[in-house]
Design a protein around this ligand. Structure first.
Ligand code: PLP
Length: 378
């Protein structure tokens, strides 16, 4: 697929220079079509005979492929937080246990763990240094009462990416669980839950996966599934969800796979869209996407620096991501963000007083240059 063909699949490119995928990304055209197809059929058919539940199984398999998991280890969530809560509320914590995390986390990956302090679990938040989570500090925070490490693969504000392979090795060696919030990475950076020793992962679909809000993927490593107690019980979590008369709840009757975290019906419209977008990303290839995002963000960083902007995003080979944050002492970043949008249809975000650009694989180098040109120099 050449770039023109690819851009056709993102109708947003007709009206905006959109570089805000770290916020709410535009849906791909195939995703919008899949969603509309479901809506059309549902509005016309009296009963869809489980057709879209079969689609959901295909999407589960696609999502599993994306992270090199088994489909039985994957289920759908409505957002990242839902998956985080499955783990935070499902592990059988003991008083005095601790969880290691960072001070950089987006609140979604902070509050669900913080609330556990009321249950006697200590949260150890490792301080950042120069926009990075120092690996040694993270390692030093783990002791014999640490049960779990939780981090974002890519940090929401400055785009720092943690070395997951190294972290996975560390957690495995120390015998602690590794949970990752992957929403700012999935769809750009290859994630291999096996090779990286990731125990659980949650990622909403509405950023780099180009799916709508209300969708997401949750992964739980096979051997762990039975040890994380489902914190919400419905009927779709049961092996026989449609029993006529239920008399008692038997935990042995919960699904043995990740569906044990389900409750009731699925967000099928969203799942159709999520599937179509994941399929598109896999067709292009995640490695290919990563290379493309690297080229675009390198170009942007170079242009920003040449105009005197201060780039706050770590850019080394193992730390860069699709997020480029930059700041200025001289300009009001909020005014500038509005100006870029109103005058040039360039869409960025402002986070922690910085401008944040997050271009995806279908953005063009011309769009990056347009952004650089539109920014004032220092
Ligand atoms: C690292 C991170 N986690 C989670 C979220 C969003 O969480 P949710 O999908 O539950 O809305 C964001 C959104 O900005 C994020 O940057």
């Amino acid at each position: 697929m050449n770039l023109d063909e690819l851009r056709e699949k993102f109708p947003i490119t007709r009206s905006y220079n959109f570089q805000n995928h770290a916020a709410i990304a535009p849906m791909s055209a195939p995703a919008a079509e899949a969603m509309a197809g479901y809506a059309r059929e549902l509005s016309e058919a009296a009963y869809l005979r489980g057709k879209y539940y079969r689609t959901a199984e295909q999407v589960r398999a696609l999502a599993a492929r994306l992270i090199n998991a088994d489909p039985a280890e994957v289920t759908f969530v409505k957002n990242t937080c839902e998956g985080i809560n499955y783990v935070a509320n499902g592990v059988q914590w003991l008083t005095g246990d601790n969880i290691v995390t960072t001070t950089m986390e987006f609140p979604a990956n902070a509050y669900p763990w913080m609330v556990l302090e009321q249950r006697g679990v200590n949260l150890r938040r490792v301080d950042e240094e120069d926009g990075r989570v120092p690996f040694d500090r993270l390692a030093a925070a783990i002791d014999n009462r640490t049960r779990l490490v939780t981090v974002s693969v890519v940090q929401w504000a400055n785009g720092f990416r943690i070395d997951l392979t190294r972290l996975g090795e560390l957690c495995k060696a120390k015998g602690v669980l590794l949970f990752v919030d992957a929403i700012q990475a999935l769809g750009v950076h290859p994630i291999d839950v096996r090779a990286m020793n990731i125990d659980c992962l949650s990622a909403g679909g509405h950023k780099w996966l180009c799916a709508p809000e209300g969708t997401g993927v949750f992964y739980c490593q096979r051997e762990l599934i039975g040890h994380i107690k489902p914190s919400q019980i419905g009927y779709m979590c049961m092996k026989h969800p449609f029993e006529d008369r239920v008399t008692r709840f038997d935990p042995a009757e919960l699904h043995d796979d990740a569906r044990r975290f389900d409750s009731g019906v699925y967000n099928l419209a969203g799942i159709c869209a999520l599937g179509a977008s994941i399929e598109l990303l896999l067709d292009v290839g995640i490695e290919e996407i990563q290379v493309r995002v690297k080229q675009l963000t390198d170009l942007l960083v170079e242009g920003l620096r040449s105009k005197g902007w201060r780039v706050a995003s770590p850019r080394t080979a193992s730390e860069w991501s699709g997020i480029v944050s930059f700041s200025s002492e001289k300009y009001n970043t909020d005014e500038l963000r509005k100006h870029l949008r109103n005058e040039f249809k360039i869409v960025l975000a402002k986070r922690l007083r910085r401008l944040r650009a997050s271009p995806h694989f279908y953005n063009s180098t011309e769009e990056i240059r347009q952004l650089i040109d539109a920014l004032p120099a220092h």
